[in-house]
Design a protein around this ligand. Structure first.
Ligand code: BG6
Length: 483
């Protein structure tokens, strides 16, 4: 058997929240499940003065607090032996040289390296420059990959600039841009629902589908991230990435195979079939809102017009979807945490069963529950017992917890880290995909921010958003469904 290269995961921003809450527990769990390469080193890099030992303690504390799995001290002992910390500045060439030396010392020969950018996006270009300058991105005997956290840019121009900068020292296939929604089992299951079954795809088009609703509602407000959030708002924070990813998976054409290139080609094709909006279309098809009390949150500017909620109506200009509206909404401080996709089918062509005039037959509906209660429901009409012709809506239900057991859904970072280690970029966003998505957001942001159109409206905390968002649908003769 040939000896495998060791693999090093280098985390920039190792003392931060993401590393402690998500990355370290995910790597540990992968290790426990024996999914990681045999020799895995994890090296934290950051400004904070930790030693290897105090870093291990910090990671352990995070594990006790955030890991959603049980582990033994023995497992921890084996895993933590390969945890290291290297103190350094993100702008210092000498510190990056020292990092390179430290890595070679730990690895003791050719090795694979995965650099994880768990740092604010403004620092990312600096880091890859310094990694490039110190020769650490050269694939001499092992692969080199970089995971980049969102947000990838704040508009099209900045995303393009980031891509250009990254492409100076990296090939596109070495760059793994994270959208943690793609790591969610239920998000991946959208593709399986569509393409591992024969019953849905024939009706998955404008002939049978009336419209699609995508809701990503959060119960929490901006919490401790207001400083960051107030400069971005909901469109940059949630739509450019997560909601558009959900949209592409629901609406894209079947890829020719389940690999990164085929999959991502179809996603880009789908996004390209959406026409960027003119200012008049932005006024007509978008709603932006802020929850009452947002301006009093610590670190939020008192006159802030940053939206914490948005609702958009999109049309996809292709044969499959012509004329079918896609309504997307997301907000903070809403009535409940609920991420779901509703496929609302058309009404039967003929009302054959006599009904009282005040009753209408409900159209069929497929609900993909992304979180928190992961599953799928198919709603259809059944004859109500003891009536001649009345119907009731009933659900055929699938729930992950019931079908597969309560603790089977892993943390999305587990899957994403493993895929990056294994070189599978299917669940990461490609440069052209990120840019095409920004190309759809830019005109909306510009109209909102420069023309102040439509105005920011206020919605009540713990509600389903402003009346204007309801009007977006009612004028089409439709309404939001909270299933
Ligand atoms: C992040 C956003 O990308 O996604 C946050 O920056 C948001 O504002 C979070 O709260 C939601 O993720 P999830 O997995 O809880 O739906």
């Amino acid at each position: 058997m040939t000896k495998q290269n060791p693999t090093s995961v280098i985390i920039f921003g190792a003392s931060g929240d993401l590393a402690q809450r998500k990355l370290a527990p995910s790597l540990f769990n992968l290790f426990r499940k024996r999914k990681t390469p045999k020799q895995l080193n994890i090296i934290g890099f950051g400004n904070t003065p930790f030693t290897d030992e105090t870093f291990r303690q910090r990671v352990r504390e995070g594990m006790d607090q955030f890991a959603n799995f049980k582990f033994t001290d023995e497992e921890w002992g084996i895993f933590s032996k390969n945890l290291y910390y290297h103190q350094g500045r993100y702008t210092d060439l000498a510190d990056f040289k020292k990092l390179g030396e430290r890595l070679s010392e730990i690895e003791g020969g050719p090795a694979n390296r995965l650099f994880y950018m768990a740092i604010p996006p403004t620092i990312f270009p600096n880091i890859i420059d310094l990694l490039g300058l110190t020769g650490q991105l050269l694939e001499d005997g092992g692969w080199r990959r970089v995971i980049v956290e969102k947000p990838f840019g704040t508009d099209l121009a900045s995303a393009q600039a980031l891509n250009q900068q990254a492409h100076k020292v990296l090939q596109e296939n070495q760059i793994y841009r994270i959208d943690h929604y793609l790591g969610k089992e239920t998000v991946q299951n959208i593709l399986f629902t569509r393409f591992a079954n024969t019953i849905f795809e024939p009706i998955w088009n404008r002939n049978y589908i009336d419209h699609v609703q995508i809701t990503v509602a959060e119960k929490v407000g901006v919490e401790h991230r207001a400083g960051y959030y107030d400069s971005v708002g909901v469109l940059r924070d949630m739509f450019q990435n997560h909601l558009l990813q959900l949209l592409t998976l629901v609406a894209m054409e079947p890829p020719s195979s389940f690999n990164a290139t085929a999959l991502r080609n179809e996603k880009v094709k789908l996004l390209s079939a959406i026409q960027p909006m003119t200012p008049a279309q932005v006024a007509e098809n978008t709603v932006r809102a802020q929850y009452a009390g947002y301006r009093n949150e610590p670190e939020v500017k008192p006159e802030s017009s940053t939206p914490t909620y948005a609702a958009l109506r999109f049309f996809i200009n292709n044969w499959r979807w012509q004329g079918v509206p896609f309504y997307l909404r997301s907000g903070k401080n809403m009535a409940e945490k609920q991420t779901q996709i509703i496929i609302r089918f058309k009404e039967p062509p003929l009302a054959m069963f006599p009904m009282p005039p005040e009753k209408k037959m409900a159209p069929n509906m497929l609900v993909l529950y992304i979180q928190p209660d992961e599953g799928v429901h198919l709603r259809f009409e059944a004859k109500a017992p003891d009536t001649v012709s009345e119907t009731r809506s009933v659900d055929m239900e699938f729930h992950y917890a019931e079908a597969f057991g309560p603790t089977v859904i892993p943390e999305s970072y587990e899957r994403l880290l493993l895929d990056a280690i294994q070189g599978d970029a299917s669940l990461f966003t490609r440069a052209d995909e990120v840019e095409t998505a920004w190309g759809l957001m830019d005109p909306i942001l510009q109209t909102w921010e420069t023309l102040q159109t439509p105005p920011v409206v206020v919605y009540a905390p713990n509600s389903w958003g402003p009346a204007e968002a309801d009007a977006l649908l009612t004028r089409d003769g439709r309404f939001w469904l909270n299933e």
